[in-house]
Write a new protein. Structure first.
Length: 123
């Protein structure tokens, strides 16, 4: 079953929820608020506690959007879950490194790598 929102598109595979960010720029307050609400709704309505968050289509992110990711990550961890981020563009990857977010979040090179990492973790 695939669920579509305004800022994310979801697919489940092997007990992992793949959350694809479809809003190219997470800079406008309205887009960030939608992202927060949609991630919260997913967390409340989905049983999966292991997520892959795909940023392949994202070109710009503001701090408030990163805060939404931190909240989601914390919620998943509280349920013994995990979050792996994939598809970071070079500029966003640099921001993650500068803010040391690559030490907070697991970052993988592809969805396949992320799924492997989450699969290995569940064993």
């Amino acid at each position: 079953m695939s669920v579509e929102f305004q800022t994310v598109r979801c697919h489940e595979t092997a007990e992992v929820l793949i959350v694809e960010i479809v809003a190219a720029q997470l800079s406008a307050l309205r887009a960030v608020e939608r992202l927060e609400k949609e991630l919260d709704r997913l967390h409340q309505t989905r049983s999966e506690t292991r997520w892959v968050l795909d940023f392949a289509g994202v070109t710009f992110v503001v701090t408030q959007a990163i805060n939404a990711l931190m909240v989601t990550h914390k919620r998943l961890r509280s349920k013994h879950g995990d979050l792996v981020i994939v598809g970071l563009s070079d500029p966003i990857r640099r921001v993650f490194r500068l803010m040391k977010l690559d030490q907070v979040f697991r970052v993988a090179g592809s969805r396949e790598e992320a799924l492997e990492a989450l699969s290995a973790q569940s064993k």
